[in-house]
Design a protein around this ligand. Structure first.
Ligand code: GAR
Length: 215
């Protein structure tokens, strides 16, 4: 059985979408995977409550209790490794992970970023997209590398930007598709249909089509 460890910082709606897909599609049977734990750097994260309610181990590693990023990360790594993860899924996890965490786990960590990378790395992506006047926006799932929002792109979901949009309405439109995209990417990686090779996400044409989603 492959273990998925999900890292969150808040609401956890992407975690819920992955959980729902894993149950509806019986991932325990095929590809043989389960969500082994949900870990949050914020003890009050709503997603931790969801995990507990669903019988999934829920762990808080409060970054505020550690004097340095390195100390926090070391503790986080211990907690993550306890669940022997085959896949580490960052789902609204709002702490930067350094080389020390990422390098030994390269190719096993995914992140979802609310923009069409390589555009709009970092924070406040929806307002920045509106301000830039782009007509499409969306979300990207990528392998995590030590460069912030810079790892190999696996899949993207594209939504229109409407003249009436606020950052909130645009975020909501994007989030709906994130809930379709992220479970698909997780499954494809777990099935070995997507791999990290020489800094690129390698997959066949059918998988690439499945992981390009348009509103
Ligand atoms: C998602 O929209 C995700 O793309 C974004 O946070 C939201 C988390 O929602 N991630 C980032 O901004 C990462 N820098 P959720 O907690 O409901 O899944």
């Amino acid at each position: 059985m492959k273990n998925i460890v999900i890292l969150i910082s808040g609401r956890g709606s992407n975690f819920e979408a992955i959980l729902r897909a894993s149950r509806e599609q019986r991932w325990e049977q095929n590809p043989g995977a389960r969500i082994a734990a949900v870990i949050s750097n914020r003890p009050g994260a709503r997603g931790l409550e969801t995990a507990r309610r669903e019988g999934i181990p829920a762990v808080a590693v409060d970054h505020k209790l550690y004097p340095t990023r390195e100390a926090f990360e070391e503790r986080l790594a211990q907690e993550v490794d306890r669940f022997e993860p085959d896949l580490i899924v960052l789902a609204g996890f709002m702490r930067i992970l350094t080389e020390r965490f990422v390098a030994p786990r390269e190719g096993k960590i995914l992140n979802i970023h609310p923009a069409l990378l390589p555009l709009f790395k970092g924070l406040d992506t929806h307002q920045r997209a509106i301000d830039a006047g782009v007509r499409v926006h969306g979300s990207t799932v990528h392998f995590v590398s030590a460069a912030l929002d810079g790892g190999a792109i696996i899949g993207q979901a594209v939504v229109p930007v409407l003249p009436s949009d606020t950052a909130e309405t645009l975020a909501a439109r994007g989030l709906e598709l994130e809930h379709v995209l992220y479970p698909r990417v997780c499954r494809a990686v777990l099935e070995g249909r997507v791999r990290l090779e020489d800094g690129r996400a390698v997959m066949d044409d059918d998988t690439a089509r499945e992981l390009a989603i348009f509103a």
